[in-house]
Design a binder for this molecule. Structure first.
Ligand SMILES: Cc1ncc(COP(=O)(O)O)c(C=O)c1O
Length: 385
């Protein structure tokens, strides 16, 4: 099969398209399918971009990013996590998506494999395939808080495996990995001569617990993060990757060729974002309220939440008491009740038919309306828990 034939569409986008069609036809839709902050980007960030546009924002920056931003991020790691990261190891990318395509281009030879959790963020496997690698989906469940574990790595690691990916807090489950499990995971990858890749894009969006960077456990871990979620900057396409020194030169050469550089205006905006902690805290508090509303209602309706999610803006629920076809269930819910949620099939195959993901990146009023509509839908369609 040609490589391009292995690339699947990003399905949540398809559900979103249908929701938009219904909206265009005059229906009100409650959007709990989208993993995109509904808040505006903080004003100080927008101001910084305006200023950059009025001054030097039209030009390329160095390929690895604005030196000021790389230094500011290095300081931020000291403040945020108490870890030392040399600015030279921090590379600025067009979103974390850009970081992943760069990383796999650097890391993988044809046919080499990477371990991923199933369920997990769906684009990952396609980044790996595009680089000629093979994603290995490892089924995960509540026993490991839906994360890869040292034990799972031991079972699934192959001679051609180069890395394992952790998404912490997880998309789609919102769960955090425990510190000891993270330490073991990092040690296990290192013992095998491979890398732990830690996607930390939802850091800062945690409720009652703090996420720790993988770098606090393994200085050679590869960390990917970005401004899309915590700072509500999805459309700015800006992120970063932290790599061990041995990979810097290869990354630089690839970056020079495939991106030239991340968008200049967005890099100046990102620099301002690092000081926008007050706005970030406001968004986090709002997410916490929405999360509480859903956690209080969903279990009573038959959506089982087996591991309490502590981060991101997702709740992953087991719907086995309601249906054995989560995809059909989500489509019916959208068509009949005007509520969009994402079926498990978007995140992998493992028990996909009995799981759905709720996103609370939407306002509290809509969430309340969504809960009321789901209640009526379940009653009308005879779904009982
Ligand atoms: C776990 C995870 N990683 C990466 C991304 C991509 O983010 P970016 O906008 O930085 O490309 C997403 C987006 O939903 C995500 O959920």
């Amino acid at each position: 099969m040609r490589r391009i034939e292995t690339i699947e569409p990003f399905r949540v986008m398809q559900l979103l398209e249908r929701a938009k069609q219904l909206e265009a036809a005059g229906r009100h839709i409650v959007h709990m399918e989208i993993g995109e902050p509904d808040f505006p980007t903080p004003p100080s960030v927008i101001e910084a971009a305006h200023h950059a546009l009025d001054t030097h924002g039209q030009f390329y920056t160095p390929s690895t990013g604005l030196p000021e931003l790389r230094h500011a991020l290095s300081d931020w790691y000291r403040r945020e996590y108490g870890v030392e990261v040399a600015p030279e190891r921090i590379l600025i990318t067009p979103g974390t998506s850009g970081a992943f395509s760069l990383l796999y281009a650097v890391l993988l030879e044809n046919g080499e494999s990477v371990l991923l959790s199933d369920p997990g963020y769906p684009c990952q496997r396609n980044f790996i395939r595009l680089a000629g690698g093979e994603p290995i989906a490892v089924p995960v469940g509540p026993d490991t808080r839906y994360h890869l574990s040292a034990e799972l790595i031991e079972t699934h690691w192959r001679r051609d495996t180069r890395a394992a990916v952790l998404i912490n807090p997880s998309n789609p489950t919102g769960t955090l990995i425990h510190d000891d499990a993270l330490a073991e995971l990092a040690a296990c990858c290192r013992d095998r001569g491979g890398y732990l890749i830690s996607d930390e894009i939802y850091h800062g969006l945690t409720y009652g617990a703090r996420a720790r960077t993988a770098l606090a456990f393994d200085d050679q871990a590869i960390v990917v993060n970005g401004f899309s979620k915590r700072w509500a900057m999805t459309g700015w396409r800006i992120g970063w990757i932290i790599v061990p020194e041995t990979l810097i030169d290869a990354c630089r050469r690839v970056m020079q060729n495939i991106f030239i550089a991340a968008p200049t205006l967005s890099q100046y905006a990102a620099l301002a974002a690092l000081d926008a902690e007050r706005e970030v805290e406001h968004m986090r508090t709002s997410y916490a309220e929405r999360r509480a509303a859903l956690l209080a209602s969903l279990p009573q309706l038959g959506f089982e939440i087996v591991v309490e999610p502590q981060g991101a803006f997702y709740i992953y629920a087991n719907v086995r008491r309601l249906t054995d076809d989560a995809t059909a269930f989500c489509h019916a819910l959208l068509e009949q009740a005007g509520v969009a949620i994402t079926p498990g099939a978007d995140f992998g195959q493992h028990q996909a038919n009995t799981h759905v993901r709720f996103s609370y990146a939407t306002g509290l009023d809509d969430i309340r309306q969504g809960i009321a509509r789901i209640t009526d839908f379940l009653a009308d369609t005879g779904h009982t828990s």
